[in-house]
Design a protein around this ligand. Structure first.
Ligand code: LIP
Length: 274
């Protein structure tokens, strides 16, 4: 699969094949005892040996198929490559859930071409559900769940919205997020904190959430899921959160402005110019 000829669909096919293999490994290891291997940004930001094993498998398979591509992985892989393609990988998104044996958690693989994400797969490991998205020649994106087209929820008043969110591993940021969610809650139906940003974005795409907002995410958390959401009719914005980190806002195009104003009003976002 030479540089010039590989299509976005072929990149997606490679991503799906490799995600299935990594998911099988993660599923198998979950049946065994899982331990914390190390911590990262805080005592609760954990990594297991399985996160590293999954990343090593994904990196190896992709390198075998496409040795010149770049690779960015949550567990430390960061290789620029020499081709125009770069892979952005979260080997287990929802690591705390995985550690506790609690669904959901996912393998997330995105392919970026010249800085634009053109293909992505989010594989929900416990349910073996595959969310995929691919950017077409006309730049339109096609999103599917287990091969079937998906689309965002129809328009409803914000007060009836079910909103997904999450909290950072750093306590000070969590305190700010908790204050913001306390202000948002009276204006919406309810929140869900499921523990995997990649799957949260897919829930907006399939209409099981009306909206999603979270601060403190990295490219490996959101790249594939954001493309799935965009292909299903959602708008995804990356901006600066109240804690100074990257905040992701995702909602159907028809309700995005209203939702963005609500999360801004509740204090999720940094003040302009901050
Ligand atoms: C997780 C995200 C989740 C967030 C967690 C964590 P990880 O990623 O998917 O949305 O709330 O704090 O960042 O660390 O399991 O790959």
């Amino acid at each position: 699969m030479t540089e010039a000829t590989i299509t976005n669909t072929e990149l997606l096919e490679l991503a799906v094949d490799v995600a299935r293999e990594a998911a099988a490994l993660v599923r198998e290891r979950r049946r065994e005892h899982v331990d914390v291997a190390a911590t990262k940004t805080s005592a609760t930001d954990v990594v297991t040996l399985v996160d590293r094993e999954s990343e090593a498998l994904i990196r190896g398979r992709i390198h075998d198929a496409r040795p010149d591509d770049g690779f960015l992985g949550e567990e430390g892989s960061d290789d620029a490559g020499t081709s125009t393609v770069r892979w952005i990988v979260d080997p287990i998104d929802g690591t705390v859930n995985f550690l506790y044996g609690l669904a959901p958690y996912a393998v997330s693989i995105a392919a970026e071409r010249e800085g634009v994400v053109v293909a992505g797969v989010v594989l929900d490991v416990p349910t073996d559900t595959e969310y995929t998205a691919v950017r077409g020649s006309g730049d339109g994106v096609t999103s599917r769940r287990d091969g079937e087209p998906i689309s965002v929820r129809e328009d409803t008043p914000l007060a009836e919205w079910l909103v997904g969110t999450g909290f950072n591993y750093v306590p000070e940021v969590r305190a700010l997020q908790a204050q913001a969610i306390a202000r948002l809650l009276p204006t919406i139906r309810d929140i869900r904190r499921m523990g995997s940003a990649a799957l949260d974005l897919c829930r907006v795409a399939e209409g099981t959430y009306d909206g999603y907002v979270e601060e403190g995410l990295h490219p490996w958390d959101h790249s594939a899921g954001a493309l799935v959401a965009q292909g299903a009719g959602a708008t995804v914005e990356l901006t600066r959160g109240v804690g100074g980190r990257v905040a992701v806002i995702c909602a159907p195009e028809h309700g995005f402005r209203t939702f963005r104003d609500a999360v801004d009003g509740a204090g999720f976002l940094a003040a302009p110019g901050e």
